[in-house]
Design a protein around this ligand. Structure first.
Ligand SMILES: Nc1ncnc2c1ncn2[C@@H]1O[C@H](COP(=O)(O)OP(=O)(O)OP(=O)(O)O)[C@@H](O)[C@H]1O
Length: 305
């Protein structure tokens, strides 16, 4: 498969007085699911619109396989994208919507049937798309993105409106696309959707990248050297671990968080003192915790607490 990295470099964009992009720079490479996350207004959709040539950047460039999207003769065969799942003719069936798209790109009708089946819309193919649920429209949009069997896929908030079964399906589906060597860029503002799926995370805030890192590294950094200790005897356990050099914080009735003490040493201390515990393990941060840590200073629209 050709290397079709999605690359944005130094993108700037203003809408009147509002700065939407302020030097957005990152790449989404082959074989990886890259999560593109950030608070509302961070510039994710604007970046994707510029990649597709729908909006012009004031500065910087966006490339797909080293070429601007607009210069590609048959773009659906290079990059498949879903920006707005509701952009369809309500009276047209899902199948006819795709047929119309396929014809515009010189693709045959067989591929339409294939992609409808891939996204699980086979049984609803001939129903008017106006009657599709949001989750079904997302599936139709993903089918459209796959029409040209492109080596790069870019989806804006594809989990929106999906039921839990749909979320599980889409996670596995995107992982499989990446495993075939495709570049997969997926925006979201719910970390839970990306947990266990994204290999790489680009975190945007106020129009620029504030973190660009492998998911494993991000989680390790946010996890720190903390231990979770669950015990019914918090007071003597706290005293014993503190005496061994740990900094102990009580997080719940029977839950302690300990810094500065390796797990094997903590076990040895508690065992020697014959103190009981039902859990003792390194704390592993969720992707959500890692993200909140990173974006603490970049949230424009935080709800009043
Ligand atoms: N067509 C437009 N006209 C005016 N302002 C715009 C336009 N598109 C985006 N903006 C502004 O640019 C900024 C970035 O918006 P954008 O939609 O790219 O963010 P986002 O990260 O996709 O947010 P969300 O998570 O809410 O979808 C926001 O301040 C937004 O109000």
């Amino acid at each position: 498969m050709t290397d079709t990295t999605i690359e944005v470099a130094g993108l700037r964009k203003r809408y009147g007085p509002a700065t939407a992009l302020d030097g957005m720079t990152f790449t989404a490479g082959p074989g990886l699911v890259t999560g593109f996350v950030g608070p509302n207004g961070a510039g994710k959709s604007t970046t994707m619109r510029i990649v597709l040539g729908l909006h012009a950047a004031d500065a910087g460039q966006a490339l797909v396989g080293r070429r601007p999207y607009r210069s590609l003769a048959r773009p659906l065969m290079h990059l498949g994208a879903l920006l707005d799942a509701s952009a369809l003719h309500p009276a047209r069936s899902g199948r006819n919507h795709l047929l119309w798209l396929a014809q515009s790109q010189g693709l045959g009708s067989r591929r339409v049937g294939e992609v409808m089946e891939m996204v699980g819309l086979g049984p609803a193919a001939r129903r008017p798309a106006g009657g599709y649920s949001l989750g079904m429209r997302q599936r139709l949009g993903i089918a459209a993105a796959l029409l040209g069997d492109p080596p790069a896929i870019m989806l804006d908030e594809p989990f929106n409106g999906m039921d839990p079964e749909g979320v599980v399906w889409l996670r596995g589906f995107l992982r499989a696309l990446a495993a075939e060597g495709r570049s997969v860029l997926v925006s979201s503002h719910l970390m839970s959707e990306l947990q266990g799926m994204a290999d790489h995370l680009v975190v945007a805030g106020r129009g620029r990248v504030i973190a660009d890192s492998g998911v494993a590294e991000l989680i390790a950094a946010a996890s720190g050297d903390r231990l979770r200790v669950r015990t019914g005897r918090s007071a003597p356990v706290t005293a014993a671990l503190a005496a061994a050099g740990g900094q102990v914080v009580q997080e719940g009735e029977d839950l302690l968080v300990v810094r500065g003490l390796p797990a094997d040493q903590a076990v040895a201390v508690l065992t020697a003192a014959a103190l009981p515990f039902s859990e003792l393990a390194p704390h592993r941060a969720s992707l959500e915790e890692a993200y909140l840590e990173l974006t603490r200073d970049a949230v424009d629209y935080r709800a009043a607490s």
